[in-house]
Design a protein around this ligand. Structure first.
Ligand code: FES
Length: 67
């Protein structure tokens, strides 16, 4: 998935796959971590210039399928 990021803006990318706003983190990982004793965290990005990046995670489909 390609996303456009603006310079000097902080982004949180979901690593757990549970966010309703993928690829961005919506903090759903916090409840999942508490219930499942896991330690998912978002990946923070603050680019110094406008960029387009490609993001992906093997968890974006696997956790929802196993839930
Ligand atoms: S909701 Fe997935 S890392 Fe925050």
């Amino acid at each position: 998935m390609e996303i456009k990021l603006k310079a000097c803006k902080k982004y949180s990318i979901c690593s757990c796959g549970l966010s309703l706003t993928l690829p961005y983190c919506d903090n759903t990982h916090r409840e999942f971590n508490t219930i499942n004793n896991t330690n998912y965290k978002s990946i923070k990005i603050t680019p110094d210039k406008d960029v387009i990046i490609e993001v992906s995670s093997s968890n974006w489909n696997s956790i929802k399928e196993n839930k």
